[in-house]
Design a binder for this molecule. Structure first.
Ligand code: BES
Ligand code: ZN
Ligand code: ZN
Length: 483
């Protein structure tokens, strides 16, 4: 585990690499002026030839030489206008590039942004994230220590907070990146129990018989075609003296084949990541418990595979959800909303102040917003604004879509209370309109993360595969509500 420490000023410390920020047009940032002065006149010409202007994301590495106590000086472009997300991203880019350096020092946190020590911590740790469990010969990560030069005593708390948040995101990434065959619902549920023990939140697991007794008809319907039985997992953080409450619900389809409305081979390739919503709420719970936030938080994760076995649900079947409403299943690939319906019903029974669900719910949302932005839909403007603010603070991009009541008729069924698909257009909205049927009057926000839950390629602090998108927003939200 990489240690992050606040160290002496840059002139007085040493290491294998020193990362210093440079603004656009090669305006030296903190520490960069000092390093450039010592390196000598050849530096400008070298950076010219390397096309290094200080544009966001650029890195230029030069040997430290005789006059400087670092083996390498890494000039890191931060662009023209720096904000919190810039600091995270630059730290992530450095983290990704410097995995072979044992001791890395930086001045990036001195850039004049609040709580930058935390931003650097989160960015660097996530930049170094790697999922190598199944590689025989993984590329080594040698970094042992990141030294925040001249950060001062006070930075300790921010560093610790950053470590907790980054750890929670990494946990979610690990759960998402795990192959589906290695995380059947019972195994994943057992892992969540362990995580709860270690972090200090309680976990109840409903097995298949208990799911039936609890009338989780949506979850059981989706699970019918799988040999591996489903689990409903309920996590609880109950600190003393909490005056507000939050419920989280995460879609936990450990593999989505589409069911009998089967996906294409290509469409299935990434479907081990269809439990990214569940992973996000587990990660968030870990951080919320570790930070001891003064708010009651309940997180619900319905876990199942969506498979095609002989007892699979058929298009046309009708399911009864926990709250008594019925859904005609016309497309078994629209399964997320079926398991979320049970999860939301259960969450609503606890009458929390706010319910937030998070799900890789619709291809439509991914088509509309792309792979870097999540969709946000809500039955309440204040709740939407609160979650938008949390996402902004966390550096996760969300965009609100309308919960357009005029489209509700698209999910009218001729045999049940509703059907699980709408027409050809507005798929992210019709999916959310179905979910809205299960939250009653409670303020509710739905996050459709079908786009940003996974990444095709690594960039800044985002790793290839599961991204852990949503964890940071949910933690920031819990912090805001805890006051
Ligand atoms: N898990 C998928 C959505 C998805 C697609 C997530 C691509 C990430 C990447 C979901 O269960 C699904 O298949 N939705 C269908 C719904 C449709 C049948 C109404 C979709 O979006 O095509
Ligand atoms: Zn599906
Ligand atoms: Zn799905």
């Amino acid at each position: 585990m990489i240690e992050i420490v606040s160290g002496a000023e840059v002139e007085e410390t040493s290491g294998d690499a020193l990362v210093v920020p440079v603004f656009e047009e090669r305006v030296w940032g903190p520490g960069a002026d000092w390093a450039a002065g010592l390196l000598g006149g050849w530096l400008e010409g070298y950076l010219d030839r390397a096309d290094f202007t200080g544009k966001l994301g650029q890195l230029a590495s030069v040997p430290g030489g005789e006059r400087i106590d670092y083996d390498e000086v890494v000039f890191a472009g931060v662009g023209a206008e720096v904000d919190a997300e810039t600091v995270r991203r630059v730290a992530g880019t450095a983290g990704r590039a410097l995995t072979r350096h044992r001791i890395v020092a930086t001045t990036l946190h001195q850039i004049g942004i609040d709580d930058a020590a935390e931003l650097v911590t989160v960015g660097f740790l996530l930049g170094q994230y790697h999922f190598d469990k199944y590689r025989s010969d993984p590329p080594p990560i040698l970094t042992e220590q990141l030294v925040l030069a001249g950060a001062g005593e006070g930075a300790g708390e921010r560093i610790e907070h950053g470590r907790v948040v980054a750890g929670a995101v990494a946990l979610a990434r690990d759960l998402i990146n795990e192959p589906a065959g290695a995380k059947p619902p019972a195994t994943l549920a057992a892992r969540i129990v362990e995580i709860g023990k270690e972090a200090g939140f309680s976990v109840s697991v409903y097995d298949e018989a208990e799911c039936a007794a609890e009338r989780f008809g949506g979850l059981l319907g989706v699970a019918a075609g799988a040999d591996n039985p489903p689990r409903m997992v309920v996590m609880r953080h109950r600190p003393e003296g909490a005056t507000s409450s939050l419920a989280l619900v995460g879609k936990g389809i450990v593999f989505d084949s589409g069911g009998l409305s089967i996906k294409t081979a290509k469409g299935m390739e990434t479907m081990k990541t269809d439990m990214s919503g569940a992973a996000a709420v587990v990660g968030a719970m870990q951080a919320i418990a570790r930070l001891g936030l003064a708010i009651d938080v309940t997180a619900v994760a319905p876990l199942t595979e969506n498979m095609t076995g002989g007892s699979a649900q058929r298009p046309g079947d009708v399911l009864r959800i926990r709250n008594g409403k019925t859904i005609e299943v016309l497309n078994t690939d629209a399964e997320g909303r079926l398991v979320l319906a049970d999860g939301l019903s259960l969450a609503a029974e606890g009458e929390p102040d706010l319910i937030v669900d998070i799900a890789t719910l619709t291809g439509a949302c991914r088509v509309g917003l792309g792979s870097r932005v999540g969709g946000l839909l809500a039955n309440n403007d204040d709740a939407a604004a609160t979650v938008e603010a949390a996402a902004r603070e966390a550096g996760e991009k969300v965009w609100r879509l309308p919960l357009e009541p005029e489209y509700r008729k698209e999910i009218d069924s001729t045999v049940a209370d509703m059907k699980n698909i709408g027409g050809s257009y507005g798929g992210a909205i019709t999916a959310a309109l179905l979910l809205a049927e299960f939250v009653g009057d409670i303020p509710w926000v739905h996050l459709d993360i079908a786009g940003p839950a996974r990444a095709d390629a690594a960039a800044d602090y985002t790793s290839e595969g599961g991204t852990g998108f949503g964890v940071r927003t949910l933690v920031a939200l819990a912090e805001q509500l805890a006051g």
